[in-house]
Structures are given as structure tokens and as C-alpha cells.
Design a protein around this ligand. Structure first.
Ligand code: MN
Length: 437
């Protein structure tokens, strides 16, 4: 795992002054995205956020200011996806981060050149950060797994494998979209408990899931295992991930092979990828209650126990169509933290590769819904509405058990800790459209 270095120094400030106060993107963050200027017929390329601006990495590469592996990484970032940059691995990405950090600091001799590459974030649109070859979703919140298990299997909520292996399923990458996504309510087969046969109709129990998404960095070959000690060398960075879920379709289809069409219709990611290096100040201990089984040796290391977790605050908001029309601000549904995860990112990728499955740069690993130990920390409506039995009331008087057409869900994430500069992930926003006739 990456140690603290000069790029995390709390005393660093940027000549891009908007980065220095109350910004998700101070000089200690430097997350990557794929972007272009709005309404221009431009090529997509890599960018790095600093305050309210984005450094155009294609424009920066043309200036030929960096050298060595930082230059190699910068060249890779000119492409319309970040896959090549991701695949270069930790050393090259770290060198690029250091060069950017130096160039964006107050008193940098490169200020004038860098300033010529800045574009206001207000003037850009995002592309998908990479081509996501494979997408896997995990189930790492024991609180979510227990709450959902109780609804589907009251007598047997947590299955016996849960505490031994990170449970996951292979999802679908073709329908993963970037923040701003609007998608149609899925249609599918569902069966009410008292019905003798299923019916085919628009989903009635549409839900969101508050998750983190981990992007694979350096690829592995088929047959190559990933040791827990070096697992994070194969992770590039983290985004916010909304794994939309059709609970009624899920309940009917999920046994015995797991989620299928209940999940594959849409998922939405935040545009900025916060690197694992930027998260170094926000590492957390990974602990298990003593009464729980400890992970098997291949999923366990001293370093993982001491620093494997991540302290990331997560929050989820709704703005209904009525709120939007009446110009009412979004309202918070819940807040949670990734530190509650039962498994660490290193354990997820180690487990994923443990059978010899190759991991490719740009693959996405969803964390699973990050519900915390209390009711207020539930990461889905399924939990907040107690399985659809108890509607929640919004400040404008509207009620929700599940999502209605026109609802917009907004998720945010940030890290703060004494002795570190707070960083944010921006947000992921997406809206439910009516089912397609
Ligand atoms: Mn999920």
C-alpha cells in the first residue's frame, strides 16, 4: 500500500486558489476523469481536477514539461479512455501525480504553462473513464447482507459462507453509465407471494444501492494469483457507484444463481476516480469481532489488518420530480461509511484473482451496498422502508417505499481526518424515467 509522501503534505496549497478552501479537489486529491468541453466536437481525453478547474492532460502532454515515467503516464492519459494509464501501474501513476502536484503548487515555475491547460469544470462534459471490460459486484456490508437476508429468508438471513469469502456476482458492464444518466424503469417478470403465476410488467420496487466502485489498475495474466500483500498494486482508484436494483424482479429470479435482470438494466458511476494514493491518509484498521471467523491466510496480512480499510463518508439524497418542479433542494436519505465494510479492497481483488481469473485494467469491482450498523446508515430504500412495508416521508410530504418515475438520486463521498486535508469524490446523479412503452 502507498505510504504518505510529499503529495499529501497538509501545508501544500495551489495557485489555483479555488482548490484551497472547501473544495472536493484540493491539491492533495488530484482525481482523474475523461472529459471534453461541452458542445464542442472535441476528442475525449484525460483530465485531473484541481478546485473548480480541470487540467487538460492532452494539452499538458503537448507542452512536453514532464520527463521519465511521469511523461509516459501523461502520454497514456491523452487517450479517450484511461485504460492505458491504469495499466501502467502504481509507479508511473505515482510519478505523474507527483509531477502534477509540483506543477500546481504555489510558486511552481510551471504555473504559466499549466494555467494555459486549465478548463473550468462548469464548461466540460464527462465520458466514461475507461472501457469497463468486466464488472463484478460484491456484498461487503454485513449489515446490508443481514437486513436483506432477513427480508428474503427470515429464519436464515446470513448464509454460512458470508464470513469466509467475499460474496459477489458477475454483473453487466454495457449498461454502466456516467453521472447524469437517465434510464428507463426496467420491465420484467415478477411474482407476488399470493399469485399462482408470475406476470410481466414494469418493476414496482425500484431501488438504489449506495456503493463504492474500485477500478482495476495493472492487469494480471490468466493463472496468475494476486497476493494480499501486493493486491493494491492492481487497484487504480475509487468512484461512487449506484447499483440500481429491481427488488421485485430480484426476489423472483435470484435463486439459485443470484442476481440477473434485477441488476443489469443500469448502474451509474461518478466521473472522478480518486486514486488509491490520494486515499493514503484515510486508511482504517480492518477488524473482525472476536466471535467471527478470521479470514483464511491468503486473505489476511498484518498490513491489511492495520491499514486495509478506508474511512470514506458516504451520503445519499433524493430530489423527486415534484421537488424539482417546485425548486426544492434535494433531501438526505441516509449516510454511511465504507469503514463498515466486512472485507477490504485488497481482499476483494485477491479473492477475485485467487482462482487464476485474469483481471484487466478498467475492470470495475462494486463494493456492495454500504449500510452501517444503525437504521439511519441504510444504503438502500429496501432497508429504509423495511422491505417496502413502512414508507418514508420526505420534507414536502411525499412518501416513498421505492422510487417513482422522475426521482433523481444523488450520492456523495468524502474523506476527512485530523491531520489531513479533506478530499471529496464529487457526486453521482441519475434519474429514473418511465418504463418504455
Ligand atoms: Mn449492488
Amino acid at each position: 500500500m502507498i505510504k504518505l509522501n510529499q503529495t499529501h503534505d497538509v501545508n501544500l496549497t495551489s495557485w489555483v486558489t479555488s482548490a484551497n478552501t472547501n473544495s472536493d479537489f484540493p491539491i492533495q486529491n488530484l482525481p482523474f476523469a475523461i472529459f471534453r468541453r461541452k458542445d464542442q466536437n472535441e476528442a475525449l481525453r484525460g483530465g485531473v481536477a484541481i478546485g473548480t478547474q480541470v487540467v487538460d492532460l492532452a494539452a499538458l502532454a503537448q507542452l512536453n514539461l514532464f520527463s521519465g515515467i511521469a511523461k509516459t503516464a501523461l502520454e497514456a492519459a491523452r487517450q479517450p479512455t484511461l485504460n492505458a494509464l491504469m495499466d501502467l501501474g502504481v509507479e508511473a501513476n505515482s510519478a505523474l501525480r507527483l509531477s502534477l502536484s509540483k506543477a500546481l503548487r504555489v510558486d511552481s515555475p510551471l504555473q504559466a504553462e499549466l494555467a494555459s491547460t486549465l478548463i473550468p469544470q462548469a464548461d466540460i462534459e464527462f465520458g466514461m473513464p475507461c472501457q469497463i471490460g468486466d464488472y463484478t459486484d460484491f456484498y461487503t456490508s454485513v449489515y446490508h447482507a443481514t437486513a436483506v437476508g432477513k427480508l428474503f429468508r427470515p429464519d436464515n438471513p446470513l448464509l454460512p459462507n458470508y464470513k469466509w469469502i467475499p460474496i459477489g456476482y458477475h454483473g453487466r458492464s454495457s449498461t454502466i453509465g456516467i453521472s447524469g444518466q437517465k434510464f428507463h424503469r426496467p420491465i420484467g417478470q415478477t411474482k407476488a407471494a399470493d399469485a399462482s403465476a408470475p406476470s410481466f410488467a414494469p418493476c414496482k420496487r425500484l431501488d438504489y444501492e449506495l456503493e463504492m466502485g474500485f477500478f482495476v489498475g495493472k492487469s494480471t495474466e490468466m493463472g496468475q494469483q494476486i497476493a494480499i500483500e501486493t493486491a493494491e498494486q492492481h487497484l487504480f482508484g475509487v468512484c461512487i457507484f449506484n447499483d440500481w436494483s429491481a427488488r421485485d424482479i430480484q426476489a423472483w429470479e435470484y435463486q439459485p444463481l443470484g442476481p440477473f435482470l434485477a441488476k443489469s438494466f443500469a448502474s451509474t458511476i461518478s466521473p472522478w476516480i480518486v486514486t488509491m494514493e490520494a486515499l493514503a491518509p484515510f486508511r482504517a484498521k480492518f477488524t473482525r469481532p472476536e466471535s467471527d471467523p478470521q479470514p483464511l491466510p491468503h486473505l489476511s496480512s498484518e498490513h491489511n489488518s492495520e491499514f486495509g480499510g478506508l474511512d470514506i463518508d458516504l451520503s445519499c439524497f433524493i430530489q423527486t420530480q415534484a421537488m424539482h418542479q417546485n425548486k426544492q433542494a434535494m433531501t438526505q436519505l441516509s449516510q454511511s461509511n465504507f469503514k463498515y465494510s466486512y472485507w477490504t479492497p485488497a481482499q476483494l481483488i485477491t479473492h477475485h484473482g485467487s482462482n487464476g481469473c485474469s483481471m484487466r485494467s478498467g475492470d470495475l469491482l462494486g463494493s456492495g451496498t454500504q449500510s452501517g450498523p444503525t437504521f439511519e446508515e441504510a444504503g438502500s430504500l429496501l432497508e429504509l422502508s423495511k422491505g417496502g412495508k413502512t414508507p418514508i416521508t420526505l420534507p414536502n410530504g411525499e412518501k416513498r417505499t421505492f422510487l417513482e418515475d422522475g426521482d433523481t438520486i444523488i450520492m456523495r463521498a468524502s474523506c476527512s481526518k485530523q491531520g489531513a486535508v479533506s478530499i471529496g469524490f464529487g457526486e453521482v446523479v441519475a434519474t429514473v424515467l418511465p418504463a418504455k412503452a
